[in-house]
Design a protein around this ligand. Structure first.
Ligand code: 5GP
Ligand code: ZN
Length: 112
């Protein structure tokens, strides 16, 4: 079965891409839960945070280090939430590792 986020990264499925380089892609969530709701993904298919290996360290560091840039671009540098649902029981519905970057409103804690 085709992976939806691999298709978006490759440009074969539509998405509002706000940042892309040779290693990562950020695009708008189709069902936003906040005024700003991006999904940050590695371009290479990794199923979830639970599948990460030592060789992924540079890639994941590269992804995280883009957060200030994306937050500034989206005008949410003053506060944002980063979420990685991992596994079905944690609410992961798309099995391609992704971070939700949410901002533009106040968030409660703990999450549901
Ligand atoms: P998860 O539930 O796996 O943590 O997050 C998956 C996210 O992907 C959800 O927030 C959902 O709204 C989003 N999503 C599902 N299908 C699509 C799509 O076709 N395009 C975009 N841009 N987002 C999608
Ligand atoms: Zn994939």
């Amino acid at each position: 079965m085709k992976c939806l986020f691999c298709e978006i990264v490759a440009g074969r499925a539509p998405a509002q891409i706000v940042y892309q380089d040779e290693r990562i892609t950020a695009f708008r969530d189709a069902n936003p839960r906040a005024p700003v709701h991006l999904l940050l993904v590695p371009n290479r298919h990794i199923a979830s945070c639970g599948e990460l290996e030592a060789g992924d360290a540079d890639l994941m560091g590269h992804l995280l280090i883009k957060l200030p840039h994306l937050a500034a671009q989206e005008n949410i540098a003053g506060g944002f939430r980063l979420v990685a649902n991992t596994g079905r029981s944690a609410g992961q519905s798309v099995l391609h590792l992704h971070f939700h970057l949410l901002g533009g409103r106040v968030f409660s804690w703990p999450p549901g």
